[in-house]
Design a protein around this ligand. Structure first.
Ligand code: PGA
Length: 251
């Protein structure tokens, strides 16, 4: 399975960052002999940079994604972008249901499901984020919470051939904390099981399941070596091209 290394820039950066794809390629050349042909790179900048970044990434073999989209195609939704609008910028991925969207902006499983539907219809690949809170983990409910988010966030009409899942424990995001390697393996295995129930093994086995939450060069190798971990969704360390190249090199 290919490995997806995705940087979520959140609300960071300005138009001068459009040079970052080239910076990344200089640090991690596409033709590097290290089996990196199996690595897909994805940068998800704030929306005002999407079009310029998509143009700047052409020929560099780097995809561009956004961090959210609306589920309606148009209408009186002040401040929102539809999936078609995102696709018009040249972006081809969209992160949906990130825990910050769920906690701060009220994204529910239902809403993530309809956004996923809209994204796939617009030709975008949705990356659906799921993950338990600290309290849920401490209460021993991590698998149950993740399973229920997966069930609720994947729409009935979902195309399993154009879908990525990111397991991001809320308590690991931006904290420097990560679950143990065993715990990551357990949840990824559980997610694979949920996807198998939903889509059947043939399709489910091809869905990339990323890990996210405090991924950095020093822990990337161990995490990315896990059988069911097909990449990483990276916040803080993804703002720095040197760190991002080091994480990609750890694959
Ligand atoms: P982090 O963020 O790498 O800074 O923990 C991950 C994310 O929010 O996707």
């Amino acid at each position: 399975m290919r490995t997806l290394i995705a940087a979520n820039w959140k609300m960071h950066g300005n138009l001068s960052w459009v040079q970052k794809p080239a910076e990344f390629r200089a640090l991690f050349p596409a033709n590097q002999a290290k089996g990196d042909k199996n690595i897909d790179m994805l940068l998800c900048p704030p929306a005002h940079m999407l079009e310029a970044m998509a143009r700047a990434s052409e020929g560099l073999d780097i995809s561009i994604g956004t961090q959210n989209c609306h589920d309606q195609s148009s209408g009186a939704y002040t401040g929102e972008l539809s999936a078609d609008m995102v696709a018009e910028t040249g972006a081809n991925y969209v992160i949906l249901g990130h825990s910050e969207r769920r906690a701060i902006f009220g994204d529910t499983d239902d809403w993530v499901a309809s956004k996923t539907s809209a994204a796939q219809k617009a030709g975008l690949t949705p990356i659906i984020c799921v993950g338990e809170s600290r309290a849920e983990r401490e209460a021993g409910h991590a698998e149950e919470v993740v399973g229920s988010q997966i069930a609720g966030s994947i729409p009935m009409d979902a195309d399993g051939d154009n879908l990525v899942i990111a397991y991001e424990p809320v308590w690991a995001i931006g904290t420097g904390l990560t679950p143990t390697i065993e715990d990551i393996a357990i949840i990824h295995d559980h997610v694979r099981g949920c996807l198998t129930t939903r889509f059947g093994a043939k399709t489910a086995d091809k869905i990339q399941i990323l890990y996210g939450g405090s991924v950095k060069p020093s822990n990337a190798k161990e995490i990315l070596a896990l059988k069911d971990v097909a990449g990483a969704l990276i916040g803080g360390a993804g703002l720095d091209m040197e760190s991002l190249a080091a994480i990609a090199a750890a694959v």
